[in-house]
Design a protein around this ligand. Structure first.
Ligand code: SAH
Length: 411
């Protein structure tokens, strides 16, 4: 793996995490409350405490925003003139702006959405229609600070956390485009927090946005249809279990600490055994949840050998035993999606099948996630957005590419 020599020289993690956890807030120019930032609880509080109105008014406004995509208070015709004036004075509904959107040949659709007052940043959101379901892949941060060696978002560096409005705004923009009407015209049936960023490092805003996704006054999705994917922040997984019962997906990608530490630097802080134990606790805390999904990106010659499949099967068996549930761990195999400048390659089809078969033969539920939207760079790990990088990682990545003789165009 000589071409991956850079995997070992990551900056120390604790400091980076601390920086991110403080969540570089956006400088808000407007003094008005953006109603897209509020879930039901926040809306009720705002209506009662700031506007001196009754709670049900908050519910009416939520429906205007999330069911009918109306942002202009004047068009909210079941509100009195007086309330409309108050709203005008104290509130606004600011949605992300569409920098561009692009359909893929296979029906996948990608949006580049401009975010907030620092308009130069943009994140990507992807809609993936499939038999009877429509899944939206939502971003949680501008860039990502975790620096996983096989992910294109990592090459962009990190800028800041997205606000709740910017997270739910991705759902709002795409749902409106799709003509989605919650509980009636269901074009958007699932959300996965699998876009750019590490959702658990933007905990409060992500939880609030997921509340709106799951609320009947919002997008009305059942908890099991909202999935949070994490690279494994153990304490935050525990915290998540106390606040919400969404589905949990873990980016595992390797069955042992040595290999996982090379792919995901965060593993050095939270090793596999601790991560698996936190998943057991997550299931225990959520009686309705009966499984955790483990994502495993298959990279040629790196983590796709029969010995890796055997170790993974063993890990899953141990997990089932600890959770005292059959098939508590489900494996989602993702063929690696290449991006400019990466040294990794996708595993050959026969190795992917053999890997899956070995797991299935050991009784582990294992799916292969078909690659979607790769013609528009919308597949897993290909999302880049526009990140005003504050970590200088883009510069490092460009330097490495140049040292390897990969031209500027690739960066
Ligand atoms: N930070 C969170 C959310 C991102 S999810 C997490 O790590 O879970 C994006 C998923 O795509 C993760 O499972 C990630 O590991 C996977 N992925 C990243 N780069 C990829 C690539 N080049 N090919 C295939 N999958 C990739």
């Amino acid at each position: 793996m000589s071409s991956h020599g850079e995997h070992t020289d990551f900056a120390p993690i604790p400091l980076k995490l601390a920086e991110q956890a403080q969540g570089a807030a956006v400088a808000v120019v407007s003094t008005k409350q953006n109603l897209l930032d509020l879930d039901r609880e926040g809306m009720e509080k705002f209506f009662v405490e700031t506007l001196g109105e009754q709670k049900f008014r908050a519910h009416q406004v939520m429906k205007w925003i999330h069911h009918r995509y109306v942002t202009d208070f004047e068009q909210m015709t079941d509100l009195g003139k007086n309330l409309r004036a108050k709203l005008q004075e104290h509130a606004e509904v600011v949605v992300p702006n569409v920098v561009f959107d692009k359909p893929s040949a296979d029906g996948t659709h990608k949006w580049l959405l401009g975010m907030g007052v620092d308009g130069k940043n943009a994140v990507e959101t992807v809609y993936i229609p499939d038999k009877g379901r429509g899944t939206l892949c939502v971003s949680s941060q501008v860039g990502c600070g975790l620096n996983c060696s096989f992910c294109s978002t990592a090459t962009q560096g990190f800028n800041r956390n997205l606000t709740t409005a910017e997270i739910i705004g991705q759902v709002w923009i795409t749902a409106r485009h799709l003509g989605n009407v919650p509980a009636q015209i269901r074009r958007l049936t699932n959300v996965v927090m699998m876009g750019m960023g590490e959702p658990l490092l933007n905990f409060d805003n992500v939880v609030r946005a997921m509340n709106i996704m799951r609320d009947d006054l919002g997008y009305g999705l059942a908890s099991k249809r909202v999935t949070l994917s994490t690279s494994g922040l153990v304490p935050m997984i525990d915290r998540l279990s106390t606040e919400t019962d969404v589905a949990l997906a873990i980016s595992l990608h390797a069955p042992n600490d040595e290999l996982r530490g090379q792919l995901i630097p965060l593993n050095r802080k939270y090793p596999v055994a601790e991560l698996m134990a936190s998943c057991v606790r997550y299931l225990r805390a959520n009686k309705k949840r009966d499984s955790v999904t483990f994502e495993y990106t298959l990279m040629k010659g790196v983590n796709d050998q029969p010995e890796h499949a055997r170790q993974l099967a063993q890990l899953m068996r141990k997990f089932d035993n600890a959770a005292q549930l059959k098939n508590a761990g489900k494996v989602n195999l993702i063929p690696f999606n290449p991006f400019p400048g990466t040294g990794y390659e996708r595993s050959p089809e026969e190795d992917i099948r053999a890997f899956q078969k070995l797991l299935l033969d050991s009784g582990v539920l294992t799916m292969v996630r078909r690659t979607r939207g790769d013609d528009i760079d919308a597949a897993c790990g290909q999302l880049k957005g526009q990140v005003m990088d504050r970590t200088r990682r883009q510069a490092e990545f460009k330097r490495k590419l140049q040292a390897r003789g990969v031209g500027d165009a690739a960066a």
